[in-house]
Design a protein around this ligand. Structure first.
Ligand code: ZN
Ligand code: ZN
Length: 261
């Protein structure tokens, strides 16, 4: 199975200062076969401006593709914040540039975000988590412009709760419906290894959900570190690949111009 890192941020994202070239060097050091840059674009993020300067982004990433073409395959993607209040802008933004790969992520719900905690105000943990999965379901029903759903249960990274973890069994029907819609639409899931910091032995989502995705007929899987600094590029990728193999996948999925390779 190939080793990839299909979720990386650089200084083209508002929340990262990382040099793209440093990511590439670290990926080579980690023995990765392929990487994809996926800098942020969110419409209507309430506090920070998650815009993407598309032209210089493509220019710089294309130069890196060329410079390192004998050492590693580099793809140019984006992590788009899915938000049902900005359907047209999101589709237009994605269709305006030749991205190889698009991660669709839920970062904002009704103008509230998770990072600063606004979303959780006045909600029990169960109410907040249920709303997150219901909104995720709405987004995967509504949007077609993405290839994989980003960090399916990363809501557990945030929230004013002592135990932030998601009790997946409570929302299994919702999670199953999300997975079935993804499968029907030919979309995949990622394991986002930033989740190891929260979960210890797995990412977002955990391997039970990956197993469930496969049981239901899913075949499209990527792995990404969500690196915002170069030292994390490739982190836990080998562990995720080993689990993918044990679950019964033959290889990870890679993309060019939003089509499966
Ligand atoms: Zn994200
Ligand atoms: Zn990300």
């Amino acid at each position: 199975m190939r080793k990839i890192d299909y979720h990386m941020h650089t200084r083209y994202s508002f929340d990262s200062e990382a040099e793209p070239r440093e990511h590439v060097l670290q990926a080579i050091k980690m023995g990765l076969d392929e990487i994809c840059f996926t800098d942020h674009r969110d419409f209507d993020y309430p506090i920070d401006p998650f815009e993407l300067d598309v032209e210089p982004y493509f220019k710089e990433m294309r130069a890196l593709q060329d410079e390192f073409k004998d050492q590693i395959t580099i793809k140019i993607g984006v992590e788009i914040g899915l938000d049902t209040e900005h359907i047209e802008e999101i589709n237009e933004f994605i269709n305006a540039s030749p991205y190889d790969f698009v991660i669709g992520s839920i970062h904002v719900i009704h103008h509230t975000e998770f990072y600063y905690g606004e979303f959780f105000k006045g909600k029990t943990k169960e109410e907040a988590h249920r709303e997150f999965f219901e909104e995720t379901l709405k987004c995967v029903e509504t949007f077609d412009c993405f290839n994989v759903l980003g960090h399916l249960d990363y809501i557990m990274r945030y929230g004013p709760y002592k135990d932030k973890r998601v009790d997946h069994a409570r929302y299994q029907d919702l999670i199953d419906t999300i997975l079935m819609i993804l499968i029907k639409k030919g979309k995949g899931i990622e394991v986002n290894t930033s989740g190891y910091a929260t979960n210890g032995d797995c990412g977002f989502p955990n391997f039970d959900i990956v197993r469930r995705y496969k049981e239901l007929g899913g075949t499209i899987i990527t792995v990404g570190t969500d690196s915002h600094t170069s030292d994390r590029v490739g982190e836990h990728v080998a562990d995720v690949i080993a689990h993918y193999q044990a679950i019964g996948f033959k290889d990870v999925s890679t993309f060019t111009k939003r089509q499966l390779d």
